[in-house]
Design a protein around this ligand. Structure first.
Ligand code: NAP
Length: 171
């Protein structure tokens, strides 16, 4: 069985990792859709789709399972978003998500959807990790070590600070 899981992963963190490890207990292969793939260099979406591909593939490599990581750009028509996703992705049997809007779009297109609540949501949150980066608080313990390495390699914390200043400048 091949599962599909989508998120923005800004950044990929241990809550996502926990969900994916659980999905691997039910699925033989997972397709991870990197949502809003066109976005980067903003305070809420600082990382490019390529950087998010690196974070995810390197974090899940140690599991030794089949994984496809597919960047998927947003489109302006929700009604045809699911066919758009399918056109970019390997075939999948079941969708795992916890977002009611994404659940509705996939169910209306006839897909089987399973709920995948995030692990320790109050602790593992992309918004909280970006806030910590901006205020020089520890964040490294909230993401896999591979993500720490990618963010260091691309000078990601400084990028976030710079784009945040830019957003404030134009407010
Ligand atoms: P998301 O933008 O990644 O997540 C939205 C919020 O839900 C974030 O706070 C996220 O936290 C949280 N979250 C993520 N996974 C969760 C889980 N398993 N349990 C509880 N909370 C969770 O959105 P998404 O639903 O996961 O991904 C949907 C992607 O598809 C987005 O990129 C969206 O733009 C795209 N999309 C596009 C269209 C279109 O183009 N028309 C239509 C539908 C969806 P973290 O920040 O901690 O991950």
């Amino acid at each position: 069985m091949r599962a599909f899981y989508i998120g923005r992963f800004q950044p990929y963190h241990l809550g996502h990792q926990q969900v994916l490890e659980q999905i691997y207990q039910e699925a033989d292969e997972i397709v991870i859709g990197i949502g809003s793939a066109q976005l980067s260099h903003t305070a809420s979406d600082p990382f490019t789709s390529g950087e998010r591909v690196m974070m995810i593939t390197q974090s899940l490599k140690r599991l030794g399972k089949v994984l496809y990581v597919i960047p998927i750009e947003d489109i302006r028509r929700n009604a045809v978003w699911v066919p758009h996703v399918c056109s970019m992705s390997p075939y999948f049997d079941v969708v795992y998500t916890n977002n009611p809007y994404v659940i509705r779009l996939f169910e209306e297109s006839g897909f089987k959807v399973k709920k995948s609540p995030l692990y320790q949501r109050e602790k593992f949150s992309g918004t909280e990790i970006r806030r910590r980066m901006l205020s020089n608080e520890p964040w490294e313990h909230l993401v896999p070590i591979a993500v720490v390495n990618v963010i260091k390699e691309i000078d990601g914390v400084q990028r976030l600070k710079d784009v945040f200043k830019n957003d404030e400048f134009f407010d």
